[in-house]
Each structure stands twice: as C-alpha cells, then as structure tokens.
Design a protein around this ligand. Structure first.
Ligand code: E4P
Length: 271
C-alpha cells in the first residue's frame, strides 16, 4: 500500500534523481520523490566563463598602479617589453613576482634550441622560486614545439607565442600548450585579420574540446580588444596605456561630475 503524501507536498510521481548543467554551468540536482520534487544546487565545478585580463608590461610603476584597481590575473613580458622597464632581467622579474602574488607570470624564452629553451624555463622556475603560476613562453617553431612537449612532461606551464595562424595554434595545443598567443596587431598590420584568427582558434577549442586557452596579444587599439572579447577569446594581454583607455568614457566622467554637483549641500550624514 502506498502511503499518502501530506497535502502540502504535491505528491504523485515515482522517486528519481537527475543531474544536469544549467545555462550558467552550475550543477543542478533534481530529486523527485513520490511526495516532493526538490531542486538543489550541488556545486559550481566550472569557473564561470570570463575573459582574463593580463598586463603586457614590465614597467613596475605601471604595474603597481594597474594592480591597485584593475582586476588583472597576470603579467606577460618579452625581451622588448623588458628592455623598456629600465631594470635588469632579475630585478624586473622579481618586482613582477612580488606584485602579482599568485597571479600568472608569462616569460618569453629566448633560446633557439629546444633543450636550451627547456633549460631556460627550468632556470626561471628555480632562480625565482616560481610555483605553478610561471608560464614559459615558447615560439611556434619546430624547436619550440619540441620544447613544449618536454616542458609539459616536466610539469611546466607553456604559452605558445608568435602565433599568426589557426594551424600554428592547433598544433601548439596538441603539443600541450596551456595558452596560445595570436598577435592581433601584427596580423592587422600585414593586411591580415587578427580578430578572425582569434575567432577561428576559439572555435577550434570549442569544436574539439581542447583544454588550451587563447591569450590574444599585440594590441594597438581598444576596438581590437572589444572584438577579441566578442570573438570569445579566453584572455588578452594588454599594454598599460590601453588598459587605462578601455575603461574610460567621457560620459562616465560627466555623469560622476554631475553627481558631485547635485550632492552639494544635500548630504547631512558624514561618511
Ligand atoms: C605578448 O605576449 C606579446 O609578446 C606582445 O603582446 C607582442 O606585442 P607587440 O606586437 O606590440 O610587440
């Protein structure tokens, strides 16, 4: 004999449990008992998708200021960027390491041979006592692809750089790269299409279920950044100047000014 459900329970259906992902990628568990249907949020296994911003500079003053307000998740450098920092390599990297804390630090390897790239990356890790937040930037040359595999086997994170085509990125991810960095402005400057290359790589990652992420790089305009984020780029590394520009709008400044004017003589609470 089936026990009667209390009037408030709704009652009726056979007992069952089903689990599914909702549109925000939260795991939802639905328990249906003969008397009640309960919907539970079990846990959030996947970080909600959002674009990671990184600073493409080694200037410690710029970084200090940016880190005081911008939600950055890391810093990227290359020898050109480091040469503008006004410091020797060790001082720059040490300063960056201090500022980013547990954030990511992506450093370009400059060796030509794969074994030397690997040695260089290992040296950075030991010299600066980096943990998992260190990423060895490796160019997509034959030696680079070889080095990527060795680095991944050694447990070192890899960011594939100097990418100009979707195929270079795809091969880099197959070689184990965690991030792939297409150079948007440099593509645009040779009458190619940086945003399209970014979009194609994003599409490949989704189509093939790859675990790599796009780190769009080499920007000269805020519009390029807007477009790569709309193309679904997982991350972007951006100069200090453009990071400042992309949050600016004259109408925001006018709006804030007007609030100040309208508040005059009105507020009788001391904040
Ligand atoms: C970052 O990883 C790249 O090295 C950088 O964004 C290249 O920028 P550039 O094309 O302005 O030199």
């Amino acid at each position: 004999m089936v026990a009667a459900c209390p009037a408030s329970s709704g009652g009726g259906a056979e007992g069952s449990t089903s689990t599914f992902l909702d549109y925000q990628q939260l795991i939802i568990k639905v328990e249906t008992s003969p008397c009640k249907r309960t919907v539970k949020l079990i846990y959030k296994p996947i970080k909600l998708n959002h674009m990671i911003y990184m600073a493409d500079t080694a200037n410690l003053d710029e970084l200090r200021e940016l880190y005081s307000f911008f939600p950055l998740e890391g810093v990227t450098t290359n020898p050109t960027i480091l040469s503008h920092s006004g410091h020797k390599l060790s001082e720059s990297i040490e300063g960056i390491q201090e500022l980013v804390g547990t954030g990511m630090v992506h450093v370009q390897m400059i060796s030509a041979e794969s074994d030397d790239m690997v040695r260089e990356a290992k040296k950075y890790r030991s010299y600066f006592d980096f943990g998992d937040n260190f990423y060895a930037k490796i160019p997509v040359t034959a030696n680079g692809y070889r080095a990527m595999r060795i680095l991944k086997d050694a447990g070192i994170n890899v960011t594939a750089t100097a990418i100009f085509t979707q195929q270079q990125a795809l091969v880099a991810m197959k070689a184990g790269a965690d991030f792939v960095a297409p150079y948007v402005s440099r593509l645009d400057n040779i009458s190619s299409h940086g945003i399209e290359v970014v979009g194609d790589i994003v599409q490949n990652i989704a189509n093939y279920g790859l675990k790599g992420k796009v780190l769009a790089a080499s920007f000269k305009t805020v519009d390029q950044i807007y477009r790569v984020s709309m193309a679904g780029s997982h991350s972007a590394t951006i100069s200090a100047e453009l990071l400042h520009q992309l949050i600016k709008h004259p109408m925001t400044d006018i709006g804030v000014k007007q609030f100040e004017i309208d508040a005059e003589g009105l507020y009788d609470i001391a904040f």
